[in-house]
Ligand binder design. Structure first.
Ligand code: PHE
Ligand code: FE
Length: 286
């Protein structure tokens, strides 16, 4: 979930980590109890995802061989991902400094936590573990357009550091990569990793009448604050990954950062005049 602002991250990599903050995953050292936690989380999600998640997510799971039981071995996963889109997955000890995170993304490396939550934390944990990072984020990296978006985001992040605009740019990550919704004809689907890896939010994001679901608009998103301690109060809906890439890749963010520096932030639970709110889906219970 790697998002700035909330946590303070040490400036230097911890002992045992490389200068780019990566560590060995040590796949052979996971216990059978740890693999069982993955399997339990995995089963629970694949049962409720069909019909709720963007189909390309399920295609990614399949293509990357993630249906096999147990915590994925990053080497094997990276080999498959490399063949699909040129991305790889590397392990890091926890949250890393923004510049390190962006640098990896810009080189098509996705940084993932290698630890897994404890059995009593199935529904919630504060720090991203391997289930959130790998199950949540990696399947879409097998999709060529999304893969390009993530790399462009890393490059945009390195640029935003120079404009002191990370707090604005991180909202784009939050409302797309972590909590994005996408249209599928008349229906809405989830694709953000924060939703896809959460049993409760997978249902809430589509079915609950409370949160706002608003069409994606770049300036609007950059201005909208977010909460990290509860289900989201609003979601932004993209038309397609092509459209998301178009709206971000070809836009020079530098003038936007300058303009938005004086524009007031928008609270997460506010619908602006003229904005359309998508209806909730209320799918039948699983
Ligand atoms: N085009 C953006 C910039 O000028 C970078 C970016 C691309 C950010 C894609 C996010 C996604 O900074
Ligand atoms: Fe994440």
């Amino acid at each position: 979930m790697q998002t700035s602002a909330s946590h303070s991250v040490p400036a230097q990599p911890p002992p045992g980590a490389a200068s780019d903050w990566t560590i060995p995953q040590r796949w052979s050292q996971y216990t059978s109890a740890e693999h069982a936690v993955w399997d339990q989380l995995y089963q629970r999600q694949v049962r409720q995802l069909p019909g709720r998640v963007a189909p390309v997510f399920l295609e990614g799971l399949e293509r990357l061989g993630m249906a096999q039981p147990g915590i994925p071995d990053f080497e094997q996963l990276s080999a498959r991902l490399m063949r699909a889109t040129g991305w790889s997955v590397v392990a890091v000890p926890g949250l890393v400094p923004d510049a390190v995170f962006f640098e990896h993304l810009s080189q098509r490396r996705f940084v993932a936590g290698s630890f897994i939550r404890r059995p009593e934390q199935l529904d919630y944990l504060q720090e991203p573990d391997v289930f959130h990072d790998v199950f949540g984020h990696v399947p879409l990296l097998a999709h060529p357009v999304f893969a390009d978006y993530m790399q462009a985001y890393g490059q945009g992040g390195l640029r935003a550091l120079k404009f002191d605009a990370i707090h604005k740019l991180s909202r784009l990550y939050w409302y797309t990569v972590e909590f994005g919704l996408i249209r599928d004809g008349d229906a809405l689907r989830i694709y953000g990793a924060g939703i896809v890896s959460s049993h409760g939010e997978t249902r809430y994001a589509l079915d609950d009448p409370a949160p706002l679901r608003i069409g994606f608009n770049l300036r609007r998103v950059l201005r909208t604050r977010y909460r990290i301690d509860s289900f989201q109060q609003n979601y932004f809906v993209i038309d397609s990954f092509d459209d998301l890439l178009r709206q971000t890749l070809d836009t020079d963010f530098a003038p936007l950062y300058a303009q938005l520096a004086t524009a007031p932030d928008i609270e997460p639970n506010v619908l602006l005049p003229g904005e359309h709110r998508f209806a909730h889906a209320a799918l039948p219970p699983v």
